[in-house]
Each structure stands twice: as structure tokens, then as C-alpha cells.
Design a protein around this ligand. Structure first.
Ligand code: IDC
Length: 514
């Protein structure tokens, strides 16, 4: 009897120890959604030390989960030469408490796949293995940190990167599932890698964010340039949050009222930029003037501001005889038509390039075109392009034009243009030059390649800090990273989140945060 009691008690103790051990295991494992959130925030706030520490803390607690992970998001797929092209963004996480100095990812892919584009990694596709290793700038992953890379792969049929072997330092980790080992698989192909719940903190408390104004032009009236800022009729700083069309000769279908209306109502967009390439090789004919006028009509009916953009690009120099002749005719016609409109702005040369200089080419050109516009419209805002694809604002700041309501274009593509260009912008503003970001995106300057979130966030800090107005490139579904619409979106209006590319969604969501 006594023996039986002792045996039973011993069994009970063992059972309790086992249960306690199992419970302990459970609680030391970070809950999937919480850990995912931490990690996503951490990637976006690379500079945020607190966040980084929090993630490291989570990693420390996660002694029973792997020391690293790879999470993928599929940001779009479309037909490409009889195959299916899939754009994949990947984040490699280091959950260790120490930095790792090298990483390698091997992804199972269908044989016969073709790598179309890739970024932030060194890629090697052999048979049914795609191997990705670091490039010179992302070989080290800090403790609790992450790096990202991306690619576009052409496959026969659909593709999802679900089987991965991750080498993190000397450790090998098997990763199953699109969202990685720590994440519930997400079928929604709208990734939320760029989801940004903490960004509200960036907005100054004193600023009141007005969302989706019904008729911005009625409320803010005619805009003007005061010091380095755009102000509204009451003299308060006012920011235009715009969307640029692609070239209206190539994508005329997006110049319609439903398209503009949904941008205004769903995404706080208060301005449309109508990009008309000035080069006959890029679709320019005088017939295009009608399309511009259509666009101005829709924007005006919706109470939105509108930029008429003479889109100098591969035609380099706005000041050649041919270009200036066409430009004069165009701006004469436009300024006559809109002399009484409060909502029309003129952008007279998108991006001079090819060695054109401020003193010899752009400044003389601007003087001639400003004169043409001012003969009809004496106060509309005129945006003036700057040398080197609208980047050399520091050069212009040394000898700006005289005249009222003149503002200078600064264009950025966040994955190409970083601190250097941001510094130029600050130098120019500090010396009193008003700037207008009349075109930007968060990919590279080709309009494709990967996006750079960290740089994009720095740009938005600048936009908020200096009350800059901006317009994002571009409203179309062309198969390139800068497009706001997914290649599979065939709609031409009534746009919702599900129609937007990941980056399009992120960019437009910024407009409701300041
Ligand atoms: C690009 C378009 C691309 C088109 C090309 C024509 O995105 O589809 O084939 O023009 O040359 C700019 C220009 C803008 C460019 C864009 C991306 O203002 O016209 O559009 N970009 O390259 N400046 C920097 C980048």
C-alpha cells in the first residue's frame, strides 16, 4: 500500500514536471503575430533603436525557435512572354543576440524558371535552385535585425517561394511557408511589408490632418509661394499631395473623372499632375493638348489642383529652337484657357538633362516661357525644372529667377537618391529657394527595380518638415515598380487598395499622415 502511494506520488511529480516543461516551452515561444509585427516594424524603422532592442529582447526569449527566418511577400504577378512573372520581396531576419556576417538563401523554384530582375542580393539560378547571397552593403545582419532583397521570376504557372534553406553564419535553418517559420502564411498577395502603423508619430501634434476634403480648391483657393512655402488663400502653408499620370499619350485612359475622384476620396490626393511628354518620339502631337484640357476639366470639377507638365525628358534641353517653339505655343494656349482658374499650376520643363546648365539653357528658357504665361495669367504658380533631371537645386539656389510665385522642381526616386540629394534640398531651402517635388517614387530612377523603404521614409520626413508639395509617379498599370496600379488591374477608375501595388499603397497611405 505504502509503496503504491510512493509510486503514485512519484508519477504525479513527473507529470507535473513534464506539464510545467511543456508550458514553459509554449510561453518562451513568441506568438506568431506579435513577433511578425515586431519584425515588420523593425525593418521599417531601421533607425529606431528602441524597436531594435525590443526585437532583440523577443529574440532572446525565443530560445526554442530558430535563430533566423525568411519571410516573403508576393507583390504582384502578371503574364510575361507566355510565362508568369512574379515579383517577390524577401526579408531575412537574424534573431540571434549577435551580428552575423554572412547569409545565404536557397529557394526551390520550378525548373525552367528565368530570373527577370533582382535587387539587393547576388543571384544564381541553377536548375531548380535560386541561391541568393549578400551584396557588399548587406552582408552583415545586426542582432535582431534584418536585410531584404527582391526579384522577379518568370515561371511556367504560378510560383510562391515556400521552401527555403537559410544559412545564417554557420547555422542552417529550414524555412517552410511563404511568411516564414514565424508567420502564419498569408494568402493575400497585398503584402503588408510596408504597413506602417507607427508613422503617425512622425506628424507634429500641432498639425491637424484634414482627410479627403470634398473640394480642396473651394477651401484653399488660389495658392501662392511665400518664402520657401506654398500657402493657401488665407496665407497658411498648404501641401499638395499629388499623383502624376504616366505619359498621357501612352496611358490616356487614366485621364478620367472616376480615376481622379477615387484618388481624392480614398487617398487624400488633392492634386493631379498631367504629364505630357514634349518629345514627338514620346507621343507628342498638338492633339495631346486636348487630352490635357480634358484632365484639367475633370480636376476642376472635382475641386482638385492640377499641374500642366511639359515633360522634357529624352529631348534633354528645353531651350533648343524646336522645343522652345512648341513650348511657347503650348503655354500660350494653356495660360489663355486657364487665366481665371485658381487650381492650375504650370510645370515648364520636367527634367532638363544631357549636360544642359542652369545659366546657359534652363534659366533663359524659363524667362521666355514665364513671360508667355504671365501675358495671360499673372499669378499662377510656375514650377521650373532644374539641371540633372531636376536635382541640382543647390546650383539654382545661387542664382534664382526674379518674379512671384515661382518654385523649383526637385525630383527623387528613393532607391537611387538618398542623403546626397536630401542634403542638396536642405541647402537650397536654407538659402531661401522654394522647392516642389513634382515627381517622385520610392524605387530606383529607372522606374523599376527594388524599393528602398528606409530612404522613402527619410524623404517623407523631409516633406513633412518643410511642408513640401509632391506628386508621385505614376498612375498606370505598366509592369514597372513605379506604377501605382498592379499589372493585373484592368480598371481605369474607382481605385481601392486591392488595385494598388504594394508601393503604391504605401505611398498613397502617406498622404493621410500629414
Ligand atoms: C519613365 C516611365 C517609363 C517610360 C520612360 C520613358 O516610367 O515607363 O518608358 O519614362 O522614357 C523620370 C521621368 C519619367 C520616367 C521616370 C522613371 O520624369 O518620365 O518615366 N523617371 O524612369 N525621372 C526620373 C525617373
Amino acid at each position: 500500500m505504502k509503496k503504491a502511494v510512493i509510486a503514485l506520488s512519484a508519477l504525479l511529480v513527473v507529470a507535473i514536471v513534464v506539464i510545467a516543461f511543456l508550458l514553459g516551452r509554449q510561453s518562451s515561444k513568441p506568438e506568431a503575430p506579435a513577433s511578425t509585427e515586431n519584425v515588420a516594424e523593425e525593418t521599417l524603422e531601421a533607425e529606431d533603436k528602441d524597436n531594435k532592442e525590443a526585437t532583440t529582447e523577443a529574440a532572446k526569449g525565443a530560445s526554442t525557435v530558430a535563430n533566423g527566418d525568411v519571410a516573403y511577400t508576393v507583390s504582384g504577378s502578371w503574364e510575361s512572354n507566355g510565362m508568369t512573372a512574379t515579383q517577390v520581396n524577401a526579408i531575412v531576419y537574424n534573431y540571434k543576440t549577435s551580428d552575423v556576417n554572412n547569409w545565404k538563401v536557397e529557394i526551390d523554384v520550378p525548373s525552367g524558371s528565368k530570373l527577370e530582375q533582382s535587387w539587393n542580393g547576388t543571384f544564381d539560378l541553377k536548375g531548380s535552385k535560386l541561391t541568393v547571397t549578400a551584396v557588399d552593403y548587406n552582408g552583415t545582419i545586426a542582432a535582431g535585425g534584418s536585410v531584404d532583397f527582391g526579384f522577379i521570376l518568370d515561371t511556367k504557372g504560378d510560383f510562391k517561394p515556400e521552401n527555403t534553406l537559410l544559412a545564417l553564419g554557420d547555422e542552417s535553418i529550414t524555412v517552410k511557408g511563404l511568411g516564414g517559420n514565424n508567420e502564419a502564411p498569408d494568402d493575400d498577395d497585398d503584402d503588408d511589408e510596408l504597413a506602417d502603423s507607427d508613422d503617425e508619430d512622425d506628424v507634429e501634434d500641432s498639425k491637424k490632418i484634414v482627410l479627403n476634403e470634398k473640394d480642396p480648391v473651394k477651401v484653399h483657393g488660389e495658392l501662392s509661394v511665400k518664402g520657401t512655402k506654398i500657402v493657401d488663400e488665407k496665407g497658411d502653408p498648404y501641401q499638395l499631395k499629388g499623383v502624376s499620370t504616366h505619359g498621357i499619350a501612352w496611358f490616356p485612359e487614366y485621364v478620367n473623372k472616376d480615376a481622379f475622384k477615387s484618388l481624392k476620396e480614398n487617398y487624400n490626393v488633392n492634386m493631379i499632375r498631367l504629364a505630357m511628354y514634349s518629345d514627338p518620339n514620346a507621343g507628342y502631337t498638338e492633339d495631346m493638348h486636348k487630352k490635357v484640357k480634358e484632365g484639367v476639366k475633370y480636376a476642376s470639377e472635382l475641386g482638385m489642383y492640377v499641374i500642366i507638365d511639359w515633360h522634357i525628358l529624352n529631348d534633354n534641353n528645353p531651350n533648343t529652337d524646336d522645343n522652345i517653339k512648341r513650348a511657347k505655343k503650348f503655354f500660350k494656349e494653356m495660360s489663355k484657357a486657364y487665366e481665371d482658374y485658381d487650381n492650375v499650376l504650370y510645370e515648364i520643363c520636367n527634367e532638363p538633362n544631357g549636360g544642359t546648365t542652369w545659366e546657359n539653357d534652363i534659366k533663359p528658357y524659363a524667362k521666355k516661357i514665364i513671360k508667355v504665361i504671365r501675358e495671360n495669367d499673372d499669378d499662377a504658380i510656375i514650377i521650373i525644372g532644374t539641371p540633372t533631371w531636376s536635382q541640382d537645386v543647390d546650383v539654382v539656389a545661387k542664382s534664382p529667377l526674379k518674379g512671384k510665385n515661382l518654385i523649383y522642381a526637385l525630383h527623387f526616386y528613393a532607391a537611387t537618391h538618398k542623403d546626397d540629394l536630401r542634403n542638396k534640398a536642405v541647402t537650397a531651402i536654407d538659402s531661401g529657394l522654394p522647392l516642389f517635388i513634382s515627381e517622385f517614387s520610392i524605387c530606383d530612377a529607372s522606374g523599376s527595380g527594388g524599393i528602398d523603404k528606409a530612404s522613402a521614409k527619410e524623404w517623407f520626413k523631409l516633406i513633412k518638415k518643410y511642408d513640401l508639395s509632391c506628386a508621385t509617379w505614376s498612375l498606370c498599370n505598366k509592369d514597372e515598380t513605379a506604377s501605382l496600379l498592379k499589372p493585373t488591374c484592368k480598371k481605369t477608375g474607382d481605385f481601392k487598395d486591392s488595385d494598388l501595388t504594394t508601393q503604391g499603397k504605401w505611398i498613397l497611405s502617406q498622404y493621410s499622415k500629414y
